[in-house]
Design a protein around this ligand. Structure first.
Ligand code: ATP
Ligand code: MG
Length: 442
């Protein structure tokens, strides 16, 4: 099936052409059309200067934020389209945009500044390609290759190191040999890149389908911005559960988790504290007592350093901290955990435990994996039945407690929490009569 070029993009290309300018689709949208994927946005490059572009679209809403880099954003039917004058660029220091740009007279020079051959293709309305670096052939082969000399391109902008890995993980593409070598050699360039930019690439990489391959092949790149990973990469673990070293176990656990940033981060970091907690007993068996708490502490530090939002950070740290929790498949235990974590975090924890198990000796953990399914089913039933999980769900309230003769004050809350404990454990039913009787008896 042939993918359509959006009506808005058509209109813009036609308008610029009618005014005598060159205009092409370029970058991600062309790449995605060639991959057979519907583009999520349509970038356009043109020979028109920004003020000329603005004049062409004077009847429309225009956003000027990118103007100093040659970008005019035009709204067509509510959709923003970025129209950028042919340019080269200066160094990137810390923002998403280069420090300065220089306009150039032709398309090929504009394409030459782009990072990878697959991103350096232009297309006109008749779908003719301008592809001076062989990007279409690389897409065909599924290969990521720098435009020009890879080392030089990574030194211009260190973020490209992460972009290469991100595209490889998301598309399942390979990285061409010289580009791959240059990724390793220039990983230290990431030290000059703003944490927010690395973060943006890492989140996308982690939910990519080949994330495992990339983590396996490029641990050195991840250690560059997260040096705390280094001891885990070399960690051996000799014990009956584990048939893999620390890094291979981590990679397998990441792969086994659903494609969700929080869960994938939790798996990447869940054992980060193991090296610091390692001890070997007299039988030569390795133990990692207390590692979840140490991992949680390190994870918190790492996520802060990379400027993750508070919500993601807090969720990941909680999951890392609790990943070793004992969870027998008993309703009263499940109710307690649902009460303690809330349903969202509880189900996330089940995913974490499942992924952790998938990274171990499957023969040995298969019963535990079945148990996790049982726990999930029971938890779903508890929620579907609307069973009592919080003080608010109790069949009695504070007024009942004071009516039973207790002075208003903090004791009332404590009383209700005590009743909740007994309901969660199954000792009392959540029925008004039974709870009132218990109040009388206190
Ligand atoms: P996606 O939007 O799916 O992440 P994309 O290729 O559109 O992919 P953008 O960040 O939107 O990525 O950038 C648009 C285009 O700008 C790219 O296709 C590429 O040609 C160029 N580009 C973006 N970032 C860089 C960079 N750091 N170095 C060189 N060229 C870049
Ligand atoms: Mg894009």
């Amino acid at each position: 099936m042939k993918l359509e070029i959006s009506a808005g993009a058509r209109h813009i290309l036609q308008t610029l052409a009618a005014a005598g300018f060159e205009a092409h689709l370029v970058g991600g949208c062309v790449r995605d059309l060639l991959r057979g994927v519907t583009p999520c946005d349509w970038d356009i490059c043109t020979s028109a200067r920004p003020e000329e572009t603005e004049r062409c679209f004077s009847g429309r809403r225009i956003i000027e934020t990118g103007l100093k880099h040659g970008t005019v954003t035009v709204l067509v039917e509510g959709e923003p389209y970025e129209i950028t004058t042919y340019r080269t660029e200066g160094p990137y220091s810390d923002s998403r945009r280069p420090d300065y740009v220089r306009f150039v007279p032709n398309l090929t020079e504009d394409l030459a500044r782009r990072d990878f051959t697959m991103n350096a293709i232009a297309m006109d309305l008749e779908r003719n390609l301008r592809d001076p670096f062989g990007g279409a052939a690389d897409i065909e082969r599924g290969l990521i290759r720098c435009v020009g000399e890879p080392g030089r391109r990574f030194r211009e902008d260190g973020l490209r190191v992460m972009r290469a890995l991100r595209f490889a993980a998301v598309f399942g593409y390979g990285i061409e040999e010289q580009t791959a070598r240059a990724v390793h050699e220039n990983r230290a360039m990431l030290g000059r890149v703003a944490a927010e930019r690395i973060n943006g690439e890492l989140r996308r990489l982690l939910v990519g389908r080949s994330v495992g391959d990339i983590l396996r092949r490029y641990p050195d790149v991840f250690c560059q911005f997260w040096p705390q990973l280094e001891p885990l990469v070399g960690l051996e673990q000799r014990n009956p559960w584990h048939c893999w070293g620390g890094w291979e176990h981590t990679v397998r656990a990441v792969e086994a988790a659903p494609a969700d940033v929080t869960l994938r981060l939790a798996m990447l970091l869940h054992d980060i504290g193991k090296p610091a907690c390692k001890s070997t007993d007299e039988n030569g068996v390795d133990h990692f007592y207390g590692h979840p708490a140490v991992s949680a502490q390190l994870a918190d530090e790492m996520l802060r350093a990379l400027k993750f939002d508070n919500k993601t950070r807090e969720q990941v740290v909680l999951l890392v901290e609790r990943h070793g929790a004992q969870l027998p498949p008993e309703s009263r235990v499940i109710r307690r955990w649902l009460n303690r974590l809330g349903p969202e975090a509880f189900f996330q924890l089940l995913e974490v435990k499942r992924a952790d198990g998938m990274g171990q000796d499957l023969e040995k953990v298969k019963d535990r994996l079945l148990e996790l399914d049982e726990i999930r089913a029971k938890a779903e039933r508890i929620l579907a039945e609307g069973q009592c999980l919080t003080v608010r769900d109790l069949a009695v309230n504070g007024r009942d407690v004071t009516a039973a003769g207790m002075e208003p004050g903090p004791e009332v809350g404590r009383m209700l929490r005590g009743l909740l404990e007994r309901v969660l454990s199954g000792e009392l039913p959540n029925e008004r009569g039974a709870l009132l009787a218990a109040l009388q008896k206190r």
